[in-house]
Design a protein around this ligand. Sequence first.
Ligand SMILES: Cc1cc2nc3c(=O)[nH]c(=O)nc-3n(C[C@H](O)[C@H](O)[C@H](O)COP(=O)(O)O)c2cc1C
Length: 231
Amino acid sequence: MSEHSIEDVTRVVDGVLRSRRSLRAYRPDAVPRAVLEDILDVASSAPSNSNTQPWRVHALAGAPKQALGAALLAAFRENTLPPSPHFPHPLPEEYAQRQRDFGAVYYRTLGIDVADMPARLRQTEKNFGFFGAPVGLIFTIDRRLAPHSWLDLGLLVQNVMIAASARGLGTCPQVSFARFHPVIAQHLAFTEHELTVCGMSLGYPEHDEPVNRMAMPRRGVREFACFDQFE
Ligand SMILES: Cc1cc2nc3c(=O)[nH]c(=O)nc-3n(C[C@H](O)[C@H](O)[C@H](O)COP(=O)(O)O)c2cc1C
């Protein structure tokens, strides 16, 4: 670090943070295990409450990834598991509006009419094949912990995405897997207390695919940060 000026470091770190996107089209090229281990190793520098490090990551590639994907797709089509509680129902309007805005950009980019539910379902199904990425990750947490420990896991997840971006790899974090915890737990022989929080696609991106070129807007700092008490 010392041979780089602070300006260089700022430019590189900000560049990686700002250029990361959720990527949903991948080249078939395999990701070497050593590359993934390196990403997880650097990601594990994430802070956690009292250094509890309450995360566990299941890495899948090749036939086991295909097998899990097939089981999840079957479960999705069967549609017997209860919906995932990852959003309340109804979603408060402020968030529901942003969700609709996301959907409008997403489906327009894919050439799917938002009213075309079968086409939307076909796109949703791609989650379970990890959007064609060669690597699938499943992130779990010990279910005995309180919600604040999920924050620690989130920091690890973000570090994985940033470390991957810094190596020219793309990712997509995916909550879609949470609903299918029973299927995943059985497939991956989870320990007693493990709970599926989310999954992630990881691989070398198809940069030219329109779906990978969406820039989702963000709220401005003055909209989400309050400076009333900042003297
Ligand atoms: C916790 C979490 C869960 C997500 N779940 C999914 C998912 O299941 N499927 C998907 O395609 N994208 C998923 N996303 C990606 C979001 O749609 C994406 O982060 C958001 O639209 C902002 O776009 P960006 O990541 O490209 O900046 C998820 C993101 C997060 C942080």
